[in-house]
Design a protein around this ligand. Structure first.
Ligand SMILES: NC(=O)c1ccc[n+]([C@@H]2O[C@H](COP(=O)([O-])OP(=O)(O)OC[C@H]3O[C@@H](n4cnc5c(N)ncnc54)[C@H](O)[C@@H]3O)[C@@H](O)[C@H]2O)c1
Length: 266
């Protein structure tokens, strides 16, 4: 076991899949006590079982982050079970290609825009709102870790709601840092490039020209491959640990170099 997170109680939303699952597992390995949360009970339970199988402490709590009361219940149940909350990892998100074939900005149905906004931005605020009473009581360098995207900085096709929501996550992160610094609660976010997860694979699957889409996804990486969830989990853990104790309101790019240039590899 690593020990960077040293007994901190960490709530991870969207922990049933992809990067959320990898972060939950890595946080447990680094000494965290983990609440695995997801709207998908089956995949969430699988993540929790994988953590238990490694001999670490966790519980699964079902939560649809579109529902404010469910988010409040997630924080209350976590605090009751583990006697507090030290880290909120706001990771759950959806992409419009998961929801509809009509994702161009002029075609997107209003309910799809609303859903992306609710899951990707409003829920992060509600998570912060309902976790803050517990984070304030933390004696272990409390922090919030939000997941944005390179889509917060540069737009990509068929993703207007997603990119707009992720741009909002960057500013929500900074606003939380400003308002909560007086309680010794840090708030940071990171912006992954193209990472090999079910969300990325679905985006590829529904695209008309898969070769061109794959080139768009990985060709922009100076490191010419997809990122892996385990690589992102290391950054999530760094931001959750005391090693990042002087980092607040920061926006980390973890994208294989995408935002560093305007080129496209072959
Ligand atoms: N994969 C990428 O290339 C990429 C790039 C940049 C940013 N991101 C971001 O990284 C984070 C993780 O993405 P991923 O690629 O691992 O996605 P994923 O689709 O593999 O996992 C997302 C998880 O969120 C859960 N979820 C969806 N709606 C929910 C809801 N209403 N309530 C609770 N949970 C819900 C899903 O059940 C799933 O387990 C997201 O914030 C995503 O936007 C992903």
């Amino acid at each position: 076991m690593g020990n960077r997170i040293d007994g901190k109680v960490c709530v991870v939303t969207g922990a049933g899949s992809g990067m959320g699952r990898a972060s939950a597992i890595e946080m447990a390995w680094q000494g965290g006590r983990i609440v695995v949360s997801d709207v998908n009970a089956k995949s969430g339970e699988e993540t929790a079982a994988a953590i238990v199988a490694q001999g670490y402490e966790t519980i699964f709590i079902h939560c649809d982050v579109r529902n404010s009361e469910a988010i409040k219940a997630l924080m209350d149940k976590t605090a009751a079970h583990f006697d507090g909350i030290d880290v909120l990892h706001n990771n759950a998100a959806v992409h419009e290609t998961d929801l509809t074939p009509h994702t161009a900005i002029d075609e997107m149905p209003e309910d799809i825009w609303n859903m992306v906004y609710e899951v990707n931005l409003r829920a992060l605020w509600l998570g912060i709102k309902h976790a803050t009473p517990y984070l304030k009581l933390s004696t272990k360098d409390a922090s919030i870790i939000n997941v944005a995207s390179t889509g917060a900085h540069v737009a990509f096709p068929m993703s207007a709601a997603y990119c707009a929501s992720k741009g909002g996550v960057v500013m929500l992160t900074k606003a939380a840092a400003v308002d909560l610094a007086k309680y010794n609660i840090r708030s940071n976010c990171y912006c992954p490039g193209s990472i090999d997860t079910p969300m990325m694979r679905k985006y590829l699957e529904v695209s008309e020209d898969k070769a061109a889409t794959m080139k768009m996804l990985t060709g922009a990486h100076l490191i010419p491959r997809l990122g892996q969830s385990a690589e992102i989990a290391k950054l999530a853990c760094f931001l959750a640990s005391d090693d990042s104790s002087f980092i607040n309101g920061a926006v980390y790019v973890i994208d294989g170099g995408t935002l560093a240039w305007r080129g496209l590899n072959d």
